[in-house]
Write a protein that binds this ligand. Structure first.
Ligand code: G4P
Length: 287
């Protein structure tokens, strides 16, 4: 799969983030709860390693993820040094309320208007950073949109007298380590739609969902396990949805897009594409 991983503004974002890391007290990394491993950004990981700031990992979009698997991810991240992990659905006010007190706990010495708590928020495009900032600020500040990397320049936001938040543009990495990460990010809408192949992505997505959530496929498309392999699976969806080309052939591209959208919108139920152990095995297979 060919993905243009590192557009120019993302290089600039990395440099700016490095500088900002020096003057911030807590780093928030927003992850997609459906793909917490794939949405960890190795660039952020490396910058952090040099500057060991306390780190809050927010597993966002938890309303779309499998709650049991999200628990495993929380245990996994909470076992890492100087790291606290929580699950959030940015659309839920009570979830948002958990964020600032936790950041304060991570840097208790920064608690006044003279020494305000300085927080930096990072994460791959479209993971929900702007939605979280808007909810924290009770105002629409950052631009929210479903096009990855829509937030382009860093901005400093005064949340209250004691708290300053720096937003960074969506950051991706120069090189993807594992092909599956690319497919998971594409399926979850973290990569611009011109940068991946819909059919290939839908088939990789289908492989995971067929295996782990077969009932969601039966319920949504009326297909029964064992499900058709490869493009025959998309063929089944195309027929079920009436996506037929002029010459009577199934429109596989339309079926692929529709399947990906059903996953993105949670219409297949709450789905997690990876667990800490499935990720570990995937890494072993690829090294
Ligand atoms: P970014 O700044 O990291 O690039 O992401 P942004 O906040 O723009 O969010 C990207 C999309 O993800 C938005 O959808 C937003 O509503 C959605 N989103 C953010 N957090 C959550 C969450 O916890 N759960 C769910 N289900 N969706 C979330 P959009 O379609 O562009 O906007 P909207 O029509 O949903 O408002």
């Amino acid at each position: 799969m060919s993905i243009q991983w590192f557009p120019g503004h993302m290089t600039a974002a990395k440099n700016n983030a490095e500088k900002a890391m020096e003057i911030n007290d807590v780093i928030i990394e927003v992850l997609d709860a459906r793909i917490p491993g794939s949405s960890v950004n190795p660039v952020i990981k490396n910058i952090r390693a040099g500057r060991q700031r306390p780190h809050l990992k927010i597993l966002n979009k938890s309303d779309l993820a499998d709650p049991k698997i999200t628990e495993h991810w929380l245990d996994y991240f909470n076992g890492q040094p100087k790291t606290q992990a929580i699950t959030v659905s940015a659309k839920n006010r009570n979830d948002i309320k958990k964020i600032l007190p936790l950041c304060q706990k991570l840097a208790p010495h920064r608690d006044s208007s003279i020494k305000p708590l300085r927080i930096m928020i990072m994460g791959v495009p479209n993971v929900g950073k702007s939605t979280i900032i808007n909810a924290l600020h009770h105002k629409k500040i950052a631009k929210v949109g479903d096009i990855p990397a829509v937030t382009k320049s860093q901005q400093r936001i005064e949340i209250n007298k004691q708290t300053i938040l720096t937003d960074t543009p969506g950051m991706m990495w120069p090189k993807i380590n594992y092909e599956l990460d690319g497919f998971f990010l594409a399926a979850s809408n973290n990569i611009g739609s011109n940068a991946y192949d819909e059919i290939e992505t839908a088939l990789e997505l289908a492989d995971v969902i067929k295996l782990r959530y077969p009932e969601s496929i039966s319920k949504k498309y009326g297909l029964q396990a064992p499900f058709p392999e490869d493009e025959l699976f998309l063929d089944g969806i195309a027929k079920e949805r009436g996506f037929i080309l002029k010459k009577g052939k199934p429109n596989l591209e339309k079926a692929a897009i529709s399947f990906i959208n059903d996953y993105r919108q949670g219409l297949l139920g709450r789905i997690s594409l990876e667990t800490p152990s499935s990720r570990e095995k995937m890494i072993e297979r690829n090294t």
